[in-house]
Design a protein around this ligand. Structure first.
Ligand code: ASN
Ligand code: ZN
Ligand code: CA
Length: 333
């Protein structure tokens, strides 16, 4: 049967009205983006296994911007996959999660009242719950970028998901999830250094995590200490998220896209940022070239310094800033 690439409209819950590449098969549109490795979006319809059904539509307009329309989560998931694909391709020249030009697939409406989203290496697929109570669908752009980055990490450094390497794995997902959010440059979902600010996971409007000062979530640490590896990986990620914020934006108070950040350093020494683009490049090269499955915080510092040296040279401001940002989280000096 003849298939053609079409330009559909997604009425997302979190990112306004967006363009989605779809496929016209016969007289039915499919949420299938053949221009980005063949990413397909499926509806699990509250099931918890298999792929469910490929999302299809008669007029190529997907969702209505609210969670009560079944297609809306599909529009957000497809948009998240699209922006994550484009971020990695256009920022790092990475073609998909495995860098082989092949897309993962996404599943929405997983289970009932499920308040999470997750990447799964075994199916090479992304899954989103609908949330419950005050928590909305887990399909926001930073969450999508966070989860799919777990696939990138597992296909590169392979950071083991426990101890300090687990914290670095989680932070890598927050760092590039945030990279995706800024990359998309969507006026309805502006970039920030907060994670999950759109989904209301706490039911009180607060985000899940804060990169400028991770301890604001009540569990994450701002700086490395000897017991860090004993924490949940979503808390031991704090110092690396904080390092990334310091490296990008510098310490102290700063307003970005209307959000006020106030980032301290563990030693009280001010850090000057080098900008998010350079910080992202350094972390990506560190992850894909220098880190291994057992890299800890001290090893991450060495990896990031090696990456900055390779990209900018050891006499560069970028190289010096990596050392200063790690000193700001009590790693090295
Ligand atoms: N949302 C969680 C995370 O990315 C789910 C998981 O995979 N553990 O950490
Ligand atoms: Zn994660
Ligand atoms: Ca965010």
């Amino acid at each position: 049967r003849h298939q053609a690439v079409k330009t559909g409209t997604g009425n997302t819950q979190y990112s306004g009205t967006v363009t989605l590449n779809t496929t016209l098969s016969g007289s039915t549109y499919q949420l299938n983006d053949t221009t980005r490795g063949g990413h397909k979006t499926y509806n699990l319809n509250r099931g918890t296994s298999g792929t469910g059904t490929l999302m299809t539509d008669a007029d190529d307009v997907w969702g209505d911007g609210t969670g009560s329309n079944t297609q809306t989560a599909g529009a957000d998931a497809a948009y998240g996959a699209q922006e994550t694909w484009d971020f990695y391709k256009n920022t790092f020249g990475r073609s998909g999660i495995r860098n082989d030009g092949v897309a993962a697939y996404s599943r929405v409406h997983y289970s009932s009242g499920y308040v999470n989203a997750f990447w799964d290496d075994s199916c090479f697929c992304m899954t989103y719950g609908d949330g419950s109570g005050n928590t909305h669908a887990l399909t926001s752009l930073d969450v999508a970028g966070h989860e799919m980055t777990h696939g990138v990490t597992s296909n590169t450094a392979g950071l083991e998901y426990s101890g300090e390497s687990g914290g670095l794995n989680e932070a890598t997902s927050d760092i590039f999830g945030t990279g995706v959010e800024f990359y998309a440059n969507n006026s309805k979902d502006v970039g920030d250094y907060l994670i999950g600010e759109k989904i209301d996971i706490n039911g009180d409007g607060s985000p899940l995590r804060y990169m400028d000062k991770p301890s604001k979530d009540g569990g994450s640490k701002d700086s490395w200490y000897s017991g860090l590896g004993g924490l949940d990986v979503h808390y031991s990620s704090g110092p690396a998220n904080h390092m990334f914020y310091l490296l990008s934006e510098g310490s102290g108070t700063k307003v970005i896209n209307g959000v006020t950040y106030n980032s301290p350093t563990s030693d009280g020494v001010a850090v000057t940022g080098i900008g998010r683009d350079a910080a992202l490049k350094i972390w990506y090269k560190a992850l894909t070239t220098y880190m291994t499955s057992s890299t800890n915080y001290a090893g991450a510092r060495t990896a990031a310094l090696n990456a900055a040296s390779a990209l900018y040279g050891t006499n560069s401001a970028q190289y010096a800033a990596v050392g200063n940002a790690f000193a700001g989280i009590n790693v090295g000096s």
